[in-house]
Design a protein around this ligand. Structure first.
Ligand code: UDP
Length: 459
């Protein structure tokens, strides 16, 4: 009875940063809160909301509120990051207090806000309005710790070309294993600032959640936990994909893209087990024309079947005669349900940019990776995948910064065939089991998550 009363009285706000890779873990976290009796209202701007495909909209425990904004588009063009970030901040800062106030005297006021770590300024608004704040980090703790050191001034930057970087709790890093924004500081100063500033209100947050799990990043998590109480709650991959017995209320989704799932699944159903390369560079990647062509011809040259997600904005970069070479061996789609694809028995490896969600999804589903990092955290994620967890390999670029078709095809073969491939597949199964253990009942992430939910219920 008591639990039921409490269950109907806790209502929280969730504020994801409006990029796909940030929305997914936030939505999945909230999907897990709902069965614990917590109602969730997502907040975004009106213009972002018009671009969203909302799945599971009949779920009465989750809904979306919007704040008015000036017309800003979904980010596809990196040049508009600065405008995008500023407009988002202005709109949320203006509108959030109103949303909180409207419910303040109702029987169902908001108690807390879960917000993305890259919008740390939310915490001041949250506290000024008498609520509690939980910050969600959507990159690995290893990457966050590099930005933490930058924030604290304990990492000399930019490091020298040939230097080896030793940070507490981390493997020794070469320059190009650091997040790209750190070794290439002039490339996207706005984004570098955004990531370093994640730590500006870190110590004031009421909860600090990380989308990772204890055994995955043991040393660095211990180091971080010695500084501040943190909670690992990952992987935030819906358990229906990792364990069919744990089916729950996990179907709510917010997507900036429309998937062609049916055609992918039908095509995959026709393929042999572990015979297909799944290729995706995520929601933001903007490959150079030449790089796109090298990827395209590497896939043909590799002789494996492949399913390649090429977003609309990237399509014009495909070689002219490429589609006529596909026959039934290759399928190009603009977007898919990646979790469904990665769960399919026909997928043998994932050629990925290595965004943290893609990495965690592949790891949780036991799919070996060929990491082709492009920027931000992907360079560090690739180091972890290839050298620390050994669940994939990393491609190397040539002296012009291009990853050649020969290099890609060779690394794909390393993973799909031979002794090395076998070893990588064994490791992938090992890490998949550890990920499932972490989120299953009584596992480290499950315990942390349950404690967090209980604390929200008693707030
Ligand atoms: N994704 C998807 N369908 C696609 C490609 C990607 O659903 O066709 C999802 C993927 O499952 C992941 C997210 O989009 O959850 C991409 O996030 P990630 O951190 O991997 O990369 P980003 O897009 O932030 O670079």
């Amino acid at each position: 009875m008591e639990t039921q009363e409490r269950a109907t009285s806790t209502h929280i706000l969730a504020i994801p940063f409006p990029l796909q890779g940030h929305m997914n873990p936030m939505v999945q976290l909230c999907n897990r809160l709902v069965p614990k009796g917590i109602h969730v209202t997502f907040v975004t701007t009106a213009s972002i909301c018009t671009s969203l495909q909302i799945q599971g909209g009949s779920n009465l425990m989750i809904n979306v509120e919007t704040v008015p904004d000036s017309a800003i588009d979904v980010v596809e063009d990196l040049d508009i990051y600065e405008t995008f970030i500023r407009s988002f901040r202005a709109a949320i800062s203006r509108g959030l207090p109103d949303i909180i106030m409207k419910k303040r005297n109702s029987s169902f006021p908001f108690k807390a806000v879960v917000y993305d770590s890259v919008i740390p300024w939310i915490l001041d608004i949250v506290h000024e309005n008498g609520l509690k704040g939980a910050v969600l980090f959507t990159q690995p703790c290893a990457v966050c710790s590099v930005f933490y050191h930058m924030h604290q001034g304990t990492l000399e930057i930019p490091p020298d070309e040939g230097s080896e970087i030793s940070l507490p709790g981390m493997p020794v890093l070469r320059l190009k294993d650091l997040p790209s924004l750190v070794y290439d500081m002039s490339s996207y100063p706005t984004l570098l600032r955004l990531l370093v500033e994640q730590f500006s209100t870190f110590e004031k947050a009421d909860w600090r959640l990380f989308n990772t799990f204890d055994r995955l990043e043991e040393e660095i998590l211990k180091w971080m936990a010695n500084k501040y109480p943190i909670r690992t709650i990952g992987p935030t991959v819906p358990s229906m994909y990792t364990d069919k017995r744990l089916l729950g209320n996990y179907d709510y989704g917010l997507s900036l893209f429309k998937p062609n799932t049916d055609s992918c699944m039908k095509w995959l159903d026709e393929k042999e087990d572990r015979s297909v390369i799944y290729v995706s560079f995520g929601s933001l990647a903007d490959l150079a024309d030449k790089q796109m062509k090298e990827v395209a011809w590497s896939l043909i040259d590799s002789k494996f079947s492949f399913l390649w997600v090429v977003r609309n904005t990237e399509e014009s970069k495909l070689p002219k005669d490429f589609t006529s070479e596909l026959h039934d061996n290759g399928l190009i789609v603009n977007w898919c349900s990646q979790l469904e694809v990665l769960s399919h028995r026909a997928v043998g490896c994932f050629l990925t940019h290595g965004g943290w969600n893609s990495t965690m999804e592949a790891l949780s589903l036991g799919v070996p990776m060929v990491a082709m990092p492009l920027w931000v955290d992907q360079t560090t994620n690739a180091k972890l995948v290839a050298d620390v967890w050994q669940i994939g390999v990393r491609v190397e670029a040539d002296e012009n910064g291009i990853v050649t078709r020969e290099e890609i095809a060779a690394r794909v073969k390393d993973v799909m065939q031979g002794e090395r491939g076998l070893e990588i597949r064994r490791n992938a199964v090992k890490w998949k089991d550890m990920a499932i253990e972490a989120i299953s009942e009584g596992g480290s992430s499950d315990k942390n998550f349950t404690e967090f939910a209980m604390e929200l219920l008693s707030t």
